[in-house]
Design a protein around this ligand. Sequence first.
Ligand code: NDP
Length: 291
Amino acid sequence: MTAFIQRHGRPPGLGVVLAGHSPASEVYVRNKLKTVAAAGCRAELFRLDATAALDDALALVRRLNGDDTIDGILVQSPLPDAMGAGAEQEVFDTIDPAKDVDGFHPFNVGLLVQKRARLVACTPLGCVELLEREGIALRGKHAVVIGRSDIVGKPMALLLLHRDTTVTMCHSRTVDLPAIARSADILVAAIGRPGFVTRDFVKPGATVIDVGINTLTDRAEVERLFAEGSRKRAVFGEKGSVLIGDVHPDVDEVAGALTPVPGGVGPLTIAMVLRNTVTAAEQRKDGGRAI
Ligand code: NDP
């Protein structure tokens, strides 16, 4: 960071747009701003009211596109329902691709498909970082990705494919999902269903990446999923809610490695926001606009 400041006379700058007051989004945004600022970047929050119109969001993004001290723009999702269906994509499409630290702009998605990505979606990027840092072999291995969203499942599959992994993508219409999942050396769950992946989905010794973040507040659901005396039940007893991934914690007994929730993919995602901010800043400085 010091080198960047010495070269360019200012730190990399990230602008985060938050519309409305969703408690979960407030937490995510606070963590992102804190991490990016702690690393020495300038991190600025731009708030929009919950009643703001789509045009207000688009105008703010265009203003940040034109601000030379802002290298990265991140619009926290979800946007308020009042902005209408399709608002999110329109906002993502409006972000300057050179400042698109979330990697959601179609230009950046296209570059990823062609294996010449500049800015890649932070969550799948964090998952790959985690696999590589842990020394998990990828080449020639079979990965099964459950979930095909634009922000997690699809970019995850592409990143694995580009590392010579053989990838199978699964979704809600996949037939005999547990059997396919059981053939995976690396299993990625990005579904949004608490504890969905159970032991019978997992080949002994497989590496399991749990992307899901689900908050359980229903006692009956907690009691259905977790045995008496378990840690998750204890947390629920204390707080009245408990965080759980898409993978049941019992999978730990059969997997070779399993990312925890909380504390697994989430922090890596935030670290990748920082990395993408610095990448965007360097690319913009090295060649004017990266694109
Ligand atoms: P989406 O809702 O956009 O996508 C969910 C995917 O799961 C869809 O492709 C859907 O299939 C598939 N799916 C749903 N039900 C089933 C089922 N019964 N069997 C097989 N596949 C199913 O979710 P996201 O990708 O945005 O997020 C997934 C999870 O990851 C969520 O829990 C989210 O909170 C979490 N997340 C965590 C992040 C982090 O930083 N750790 C960041 C982003 C997300 P279909 O396409 O057929 O509907």
